[in-house]
Write a protein that binds this ligand. Structure first.
Ligand SMILES: Nc1ncnc2c1ncn2[C@@H]1O[C@H](COP(=O)(O)OP(=O)(O)OP(=O)(O)O)[C@@H](O)[C@H]1O
Length: 816
């Protein structure tokens, strides 16, 4: 005991004294002291967070009401403070809800809703009000007008931190030129040191919300982001949780709150994607965990000389010979028809046989008779034949034989036969012993594993052989595979609600059952096309790629990850790439280093995708932007300030897959670019050397100089497009020849622009005249090593101009 402890022990009433100091803390007081948790840790950051909270709310509210958002943000210098004004054209707030929305923490419409929203906790805007009143001492000034109302409501209020309730100082009606919407005015101690973050937030919000019009006016800048589309994002719908990944506490709460009585009703009513069939599969999985499975044995083979009729007849008394024999025969035949039988299956067969015998012979085969027959047949199946020659060793030979077959099937061929037999023998002994405790031989998978482990340990010990983990696991799996799920009714919901272990079995069962991915109507991904369009709008790059994954689930909430990459062009080549992070269409500005998105980007081997990555890990270098969007009904953030996505493995996996999908396209682009660069270099060298060689050769041989273009095209495996014009009487015969020297088939788009009307054209070309010029368009498919020719005529002198598309310039030689 320490001296401090001894003092404590001697003084009576110290606990009471300490207890007097204990008191409840209001949530508002708590956040007042822990402003950093909500993103208000400094003046610079506080301003950005306040803008973010107000703009996110405005977007949420307008979209929810089906209104194209039009948001105006203004930051003014106001003496020692900064004044923030945010106006939206959303549906507005009623007189009753407005004070609570702005003057009470943890008050909101989204916390209990399983639907993708920017807001989640109902803290954001009231925290901004709290920050403003703490730093400037001024109340928040809110104007709001709901649709159809002739006047707007005006409030001045603060948060009463003791009570966490709004304290209203002014409440009146006013006129406002917006037909509907909300205007917030907050004064706060702030500075513009985080101007870049503020601009990034607004700019990136515009990238992922092309349907919104945003305007930002601050002391030194004024931006307008016009909307790029009049299409609101698909309306989202609320959904129930998905059974994959829900946690025990949540399920216990749901069990306590549900109106369903049965587990089947519960899983169908409370979860998404669970119909009757899925519910049955979940319950089967639950039974496997909660009740275990029953061992199924083979019926006796004919050579075993087990006479089941005699066994049943011996166990049945006083039912008359005819009826008894019909009863026994029906059981024996039913057993004989099966591949394997579990105890509960045999029980059903006996009941069926009793019913049939009763119907045919008028004799009742009641419960006791059925029980006797069941026990006798079951023991004959699992125990032994009672045949005269059987000695005690043969007593379990049926089980040994069957378990030997199963173990043999499960283990590698390298295992010695005698060893497998010895193992099966030991395992059979355990099954036989189990009969004393539970004649049905019900085992959970864990119990079966214990049996197998024990038998394997003994085998290792006495037979001096290895019986490794894989072999053990295979044996468990094989035996578990032949065991039967039991038909027992699962406990009622109210029993489950009080039974943690059983509820946990239900969660495992839900996890193990194949269940369709959750519906995505509750999510509003940006879509791959718009991810790319957003990047194009914002970054002048050379290459863009994007990927949008299918929905997955974490903690019962569906989520979708999207990724995009922009590369080259005007993007800065110095230093590491830019990572743009978004959650539910909201740009994440702070805590980049603590975000799962950044962690995943760092963990990818970017050299493999053609980017420079010093040391082979960490952020890659180069002129690239990597964008990641996580959309979910519940984005797991690292803190209430919603700056960084938490390290949830299921989400990290999807982030990685989405990035890799886009990165593969980048790799293809970079590889191609590299090979084209090589080609260009080689072609340049050839273009220099060949003419000199040609001249020399011509000089030496006294012949004409060979055609250089043709030669280059062949050496470089290029596609050569060549036009020739020959006089043909008064007319001119024109031919355009395509010679494909490359190793792949090519589809070209050739336009010959002619200043005279072309005639004698083949059918597969189109001609359009514009201002005295004729555009002859021809689209030949030319196989590798093949040639194609277009021929036509012009009657007068003309000039020509060939344009060729469909083949990279590096692979093309045009001669005209
Ligand atoms: N501009 C607005 N127009 C209409 N309703 C609004 C507006 N701003 C807030 N609300 C309503 O007030 C509620 C509370 O907003 P608040 O910012 O406190 O929390 P939230 O957005 O729900 O969650 P979070 O704390 O994650 O931001 C919202 O859920 C919404 O119903």
């Amino acid at each position: 005991m320490t001296s401090f402890q001894s003092t404590l022990g001697e003084e009576s009433g110290i606990a009471e004294e300490l207890a007097e100091n204990q008191q409840a803390i209001s949530i508002a007081e708590f956040f007042e002291k822990n402003k950093h948790m909500l993103g208000f840790d400094s003046g610079a950051r506080g301003l950005v967070t306040a803008v973010k909270e107000a703009v996110d709310n405005a977007l949420d509210a307008a979209e929810e009401a089906g209104i194209l958002p039009d948001i105006y943000v203004e930051i003014q210098e106001a003496g020692d403070y900064y004044r923030l004004i945010v106006e939206d054209n959303g549906p507005g707030l009623t007189k009753e809800s407005l004070p609570k929305v702005f003057g009470k923490l943890l008050y909101g419409s989204r916390f209990h809703v399983r639907e993708q929203n920017r807001g989640q906790q109902g803290i954001g805007i009231s925290a901004a009000v709290l920050y403003s009143q703490l730093t400037s001492g001024k109340p928040a000034k809110i104007t709001s007008r709901t649709q159809g109302e002739s006047e707007a409501q005006y409030f001045e209020l603060i948060v009463d931190t003791d009570e966490n309730e709004p304290e209203i100082s002014v409440e009146e009606t006013t006129s406002w030129d917006r037909p509907h919407g909300t205007r917030i005015e907050l004064e706060m101690e702030a500075n513009m040191r985080a101007r870049n973050q503020l601009h990034d937030y607004v700019k990136h919000t515009a990238v992922v919300n092309p349907h919104a019009r945003l305007e930002l006016r601050e002391p030194d800048a004024h931006f307008k982001f016009e909307r790029a589309t009049d299409q609101l994002p698909e309306e989202t719908e609320e959904i129930r949780p998905h059974p994959h990944g829900v946690e025990l506490g949540t399920v216990l709460k749901m069990l306590a709150a549900t109106d369903s009585h049965s587990v089947s009703g519960f899983v169908q009513e409370e979860f998404t994607r669970v119909g009757k069939k899925t519910a049955e599969s979940i319950i089967d999985e639950f039974r496997d965990r909660h009740d275990g499975r029953e061992m199924r044995w083979r019926p006796p083979a004919s050579q075993e000389e087990i006479d089941l009729r005699a066994v049943v007849a011996d166990a049945t008394a006083n039912k008359g010979q005819e009826a008894t024999s019909a009863f026994a025969g029906a059981i024996a035949d039913a057993v004989d028809e099966r591949d394997r039988i579990a105890h509960h299956e045999l029980r059903e067969m006996v009941a069926d046989a009793a019913e049939a015998a009763e119907a045919d012979h008028g004799t009742t085969f009641g419960d006791t008779v059925q029980e006797n027959a069941l026990e006798a047949v079951w023991l004959a199946l699992v125990d032994a034949t009672d045949d005269d020659e059987a000695d005690s060793n043969d007593a379990d030979s049926r089980l040994v034989g069957e378990l030997y077959d199963l173990a043999d099937e499960a283990t590698s061929t390298r295992k010695d036969d005698a060893v497998v037999h010895a193992f099966a023998d030991r395992l059979a002994g355990m099954f036989t012993d189990a009969l004393d405790e539970d004649v049905r031989q019900r085992l959970t998978q864990r119990e079966l594993r214990e049996y197998v482990d024990r038998a394997a340990d003994l085998t290792e010990e006495y037979d001096d052989v290895a019986f490794g983990d894989t072999a053990r696991e295979n044996v468990v799996e094989t035996i578990w595979g032949v065991m039967a799920t039991v038909p027992d009714e699962p406990p009622l919901v109210r029993e489950l609600a009080d039974d943690r272990d059983a509820a946990s079995d239900l969660i495992d069962a839900m996890r193990e059952t194949d269940i369709m991915a959750p519906p995505t109507r509750c999510l509003s991904p940006i879509t791959a096309d718009l991810v790319e369009a957003g990047l194009r709008k914002e970054f002048d790059a050379e290459f863009y790629a994007s990927a949008s994954r299918d929905a997955e689930v974490h903690g019962g909430d569906p989520f979708i990850v999207e990724a995009g990459i922009a590369y080259g062009g005007d993007l800065g080549a110095e230093g590491s790439v830019d990572v743009l992070r978004f959650a539910n269409r909201v740009p994440l500005v702070y805590q980049r280093g603590a975000c799962a998105t950044t962690d995943v980007v760092k963990s990818i081997g970017w050299r493999n995708y053609g980017l420079d990555q010093p040391g082979g890990s960490g952020l890659p270098n180069g002129p690239a932007v990597i964008m990641i969007h996580v959309a979910s009904t519940n984005v797991p953030f690292t803190s209430e300030s919603k700056d960084a996505v938490a390290n949830v493995p299921a989400i990290e996996d999807e982030i990685e897959l989405a990035i890799r999908e886009a990165a593969r396209e980048l790799k293809r682009f970079l590889n191609k670019r590299r090979s084209m660069q090589k080609r260009r270099k080689k072609q340049n060298v050839l273009g220099k050397i060949l003419p000199e060689m040609a001249t020399k050769v011509a000089e030496v041989t006294g012949r004409d100089e060979p055609d250089i273009d043709d030669a280059i095209a062949r050496i470089m495996n290029n596609v050569l497009v060549e036009r020739e014009v020959e006089a043909n009487g008064d007319a001119k015969a024109v031919s355009v020849v395509v010679e494909n020297n490359s190793s792949t088939a090519e589809r070209l788009e050739i336009t010959d622009i002619v200043t005279a009307e072309p005639t004698a054209l083949p059918d597969d070309v189109t001609v359009v005249e514009m201002d005295g010029e004729w555009f002859v368009k021809w689209e030949p498919d030319v196989g590798s090593g093949d040639e194609a020719t277009l021929e036509y005529e012009v009657t007068t002198d003309a000039s020509f101009d060939l344009s060729v598309k469909g083949v990279e310039t590096e692979k093309l030689t045009v001669k005209q």
